[in-house]
Structures are given as structure tokens and as C-alpha cells.
Design a protein around this ligand. Structure first.
Ligand SMILES: Nc1ncnc2c1ncn2[C@@H]1O[C@H](COP(=O)(O)OP(=O)(O)OP(=O)(O)O)[C@@H](O)[C@H]1O
Ligand SMILES: [Mg+2]
Length: 284
């Protein structure tokens, strides 16, 4: 059974002038345990709106969303809040970590809402998780004393500390240089794989998108599967001078060995040529 299952999900909001804005117009998505899926799309196409629905931060206007076979639209707000804490780990572009708390204290935050044993052992669980992301030595450092890549690793440790079944990442590499972005993605993938979690990554970066088993583009309010993400990345780089291409930054130290990108074989001319991501010049 699929862990995440969206059927004909729509999301419509009413603008101040009384007009309806149809952000999502019928999204279908299936993600199984252990799968890594990426979603690209131009700014304003509804990617975050969709991720918020998946993460139970928002509800569809119509359609169904089942999480592990449970219809989430019929749950009480209390149950949704509990599931949000237990089943989901969120990683954002701006890290969203507390600057007045140390690395370990940041990672402890989700454990404050966990059952007794985890609550009591939160410091050691948090430090273990920081070790897992290569920051064991920095448990008592404050975010302001750490690099962007390290801060994102704190955010990853915090997202994963309760072993969520679904990891939702909204532009996780958006504030990082390409090399650090690759390290962070490799880490995210590795810890997701370890706990057999589903990993759903939103990104503007085709090279990040191409790391997933499946990639989708969101436009016209629906998801369109990208047939060959590696070729997509390759062509997008050529088309918009993508920030991944030929990046020659100083090496950042890597906590984990990075898996190679899928080979860029053959170009798929057909369908992708018509997608908005491919036809725009430069804006992404
Ligand atoms: N509550 C709301 N009320 C009105 N408009 C909204 C609301 N939420 C989202 N929107 C609009 O819906 C559209 C989609 O927003 P969303 O944040 O999902 O886009 P996105 O694809 O994540 O964009 P970006 O890549 O810039 O983050 C935008 O035009 C946004 O202004
Ligand atoms: Mg967004």
C-alpha cells in the first residue's frame, strides 16, 4: 500500500477581491515507504501549498488524501496535530532553527512532545542524531556560530529525531551553495533510506530533482511526471545556466559519501519540451 496517496486534490483560496484562486486543480500522487520523489515547478505554481497539505498543515478543498490508508480529511484537529508530530519531519529552505538554542536544544524540540521515555532521554537522543549528521562535536554550539550547511544539518537532525515516516523538504538546498547542497541532499537521502521513510523534496534545482527515483513538475495545478529526470537536469542546466553546472566551490567536508547522480543518457525531446520549466529562459 502507498504511504501517501493524493487523489484529485484541489486547493482553492478566495482572494481579497472575492475571486477564487485555484492553486491546485486535481493533484494525484502516490509515494511508498522508502521512496524518494521530487517536485519542481515555477514560483507560485503551488508546490508549498501541496506540501502543506501532505504535511497536514493544510486541508484540500476537494479530493482525498490518505496517509497509510487513513483518510486524513476525516480526522479531528487533535489527531492531525499528533500525526504531524509523529509521522512527519519538515526541512525548510531557511532552516527555521532557533538561534537562541544550541544545536542539541534545537534537535530536542520535537522530543518535548514525545512520549515519556523519549522526553526523558531527549538530550542523548538529540546528541546521537547530531552525531548521525556529523555534528556530534557541535552539540553545544549556537546556530550563529555554524555555517549554513551545518545549520541545515541541525534542521535535518531535528526533522528526523522522531523517526518520521514521511520527510517533507521545501527547497532544502535553496540557501546553500551547490557543493554544500549536494552534501545535505546526500545526508537527507541516507537517513531517509535508513529509516525507510518516504522523502518528498521540492526544489527549483534540476540537479537536486534528478536525484530522486521519480520527479514531477507542477504546473496548471496538476503534477506531470518527468520521464527522464537526469536528462531533464542536463537540459535545464544548458537552458538556464543552472547553479549546479560547473560549480567549483571550495570543498565542504562531507559527513557521508555522496551517491553518484544518475547517468545522463539520451535526450527526451518529446513531452518535456512543452513543459514550462523547459521553455522559460533563465527565470528559475
Ligand atoms: N492562503 C492564501 N491566500 C491567497 N493566496 C495564496 C494563499 N496561499 C497561497 N497563495 C497563492 O497561491 C500560489 C501558490 O503558492 P505556493 O506558496 O504554493 O507556491 P510555490 O510553488 O511554493 O512558490 P515558490 O516556488 O515561490 O515557493 C501563489 O500565487 C500564492 O500567492
Ligand atoms: Mg514555495
Amino acid at each position: 500500500m502507498n504511504l501517501v496517496c493524493l487523489r484529485d486534490v484541489t486547493r482553492t483560496v478566495i482572494l481579497p477581491d472575492g475571486e477564487d484562486l485555484h492553486i491546485l486543480r486535481g493533484v494525484n500522487l502516490d509515494v511508498a515507504q522508502g521512496e524518494h520523489v521530487s517536485i519542481v515547478g515555477r514560483s507560485g505554481t503551488g508546490k508549498s501549498t501541496m506540501l502543506n497539505i501532505i504535511g497536514l498543515l493544510d486541508t484540500p478543498t476537494s479530493g482525498t488524501y490518505e496517509l497509510d490508508g487513513v483518510d486524513t480529511t476525516r480526522l479531528s484537529e487533535g489527531r492531525r496535530a499528533r500525526m504531524r508530530g509523529e509521522d512527519f519531519g519538515f526541512v525548510f529552505q531557511q532552516f527555521n532553527i532557533f538561534s537562541a538554542r544550541t544545536a542539541a536544544e534545537n534537535v530536542e524540540v520535537p522530543l518535548l512532545y514525545a512520549p515519556g521515555p523519549q522526553l526523558l532521554r531527549r538530550r542523548s537522543i538529540a546528541v546521537d542524531m547530531l552525531e548521525r549528521v556529523g555534528l556530534g562535536e557541535r552539540a553545544d554550539s549556537y546556530p550563529g556560530e555554524m555555517s549554513g550547511g551545518e545549520q541545515q544539518r541541525i534542521a535535518i537532525a531535528r526533522a528526523l529525531v522522531r523517526r518520521p515516516r514521511v520527510i517533507l523538504a521545501d527547497e532544502p538546498t535553496g540557501a546553500l551553495d551547490p557543493d554544500t547542497g549536494r552534501v545535505v541532499m546526500a545526508l537527507l537521502e541516507e537517513v531517509a533510506r535508513e529509516s525507510n521513510a518516504a522523502l518528498i523534496v521540492i526544489t527549483h534545482d534540476m540537479a537536486v530533482a534528478a536525484r530522486a527515483q521519480r520527479a514531477y513538475e507542477l504546473y496548471d495545478g496538476t503534477l506531470h511526471e518527468v520521464e527522464d529526470p537526469a536528462a531533464f537536469a542536463h537540459r535545464a542546466e544548458a537552458g538556464h545556466g543552472g547553479d549546479e553546472a560547473g560549480a567549483e566551490q571550495e570543498g565542504t567536508e562531507s559527513a557521508v559519501a555522496e551517491p553518484p547522480l544518475p547517468p545522463a543518457e539520451g535526450d527526451t525531446e518529446s513531452e518535456q519540451a512543452s513543459s514550462p520549466m523547459m521553455s522559460e529562459e533563465g527565470e528559475q
